[in-house]
Design a protein around this ligand. Structure first.
Ligand SMILES: [Zn+2]
Length: 291
């Protein structure tokens, strides 16, 4: 039941904008859907930009009608559950759903100054999530990585410095980047499992997926993206409302939700999750992506 394999391909995983490539520091403005330098224009580095939200939801729910029984993995559901627990792997090797009725919260681009606030909220609600961390941020905030692990969350490698074009480089370059990131995580928390890889901007390439797999990591995309990195488009309460509405309206059993705890001002994200966490908890089983 804990098998995680997403069956769906969402074009959404590609191409959001938002990483301010010129920023040398931690101001990436996230963009896990993003491509560097595209923050304002929405230009997606060659990929079509798109509002993944419009493209995702249908794919998010269609293959798993049985998963609507989100609250009760009962014995009567076990037949369908056993079928759904081993779906064929997606052709591109990228997991975009949990593979069960459970919903996974993923937070990218940290750790950062607001990570402790998010951790406190998750702790208060008893919710486990997955953090896709950036190597240079791990270097800057190793104690937050320790806190993440101590609280029972799981980790995902989000590359050394959020190079949205990394996947286009040689396998050796990709491997060195991912290994360096894992090594930095292990400096903070020796031997902690790092089972997942998320390419910056969702710009997975077959080479990147393969290298990640060789390093023991499953490539993970997402099904719901509230665009919380796009501070150009929504500000303050408007952003908070946008995040709440997007997650509330698009999350279905099996969803992997993308949000950000680092890479810029995340106060709107924090505010949104203050509302969303109890709501999601009441409606779904929330789980960290499993080890
Ligand atoms: Zn990112």
């Amino acid at each position: 039941m804990r098998r995680v394999l997403g069956a769906l391909i969402t074009a959404a995983a590609l191409a959001l904008a938002g990483c301010a490539s010129s920023a040398p520091s931690a101001q990436w403005h996230a963009a896990d859907g993003g491509v560097a330098s595209a923050a304002a224009s929405g230009q997606g580095g060659g990929a079509p930009v798109a509002h993944p939200i419009g493209e995702n939801p249908s794919s998010a729910s269609s293959p798993k009608p049985s998963a609507s029984a989100s609250a009760s993995p009962s014995s009567s559901a076990s037949a369908s559950a056993s079928a759904s627990s081993s779906p064929p792997p997606p052709a591109d090797g990228i997991m975009r759903q949990t593979g069960t009725a459970a919903v996974a919260l993923t937070f990218d681009d940290g750790p950062g100054p607001e990570t402790p606030r998010l951790l406190a909220m998750l702790r208060e609600q008893g919710i486990k999530a997955t953090f896709c961390v950036i190597g240079v941020n791990v270097q800057e905030y190793p104690q937050y990585v320790q806190d993440i692990v101590r609280d029972g969350h799981t980790l995902c490698n989000h590359t050394w410095k959020h190079d949205t074009s990394l996947g286009k480089k040689s396998a050796d370059t990709i491997r060195a980047d991912l290994q360096r990131t894992n090594d930095e995580i292990h400096k903070a928390v020796p031997d902690v499992p790092i089972k997942y890889f998320r390419h910056p901007g969702g710009n997975f390439t077959p080479t990147a997926v393969r290298v990640a797999s060789e390093l023991g990591m499953v490539s993970v995309g997402w099904t719901v993206d509230p665009f919380d990195w796009n501070l150009q488009k929504w500000k303050g309460q408007q952003m908070t409302n946008h995040i709440i509405a997007t997650v509330r309206n698009n999350t279905k059993p099996g969803a992997i939700i993308l949000s950000h705890d680092g890479g810029g001002d995340r106060s709107a994200t924090i505010a949104a999750y203050k509302t969303l966490l109890p709501e999601l908890k009441a409606k779904f089983t929330l789980e960290a992506l499993p080890l």
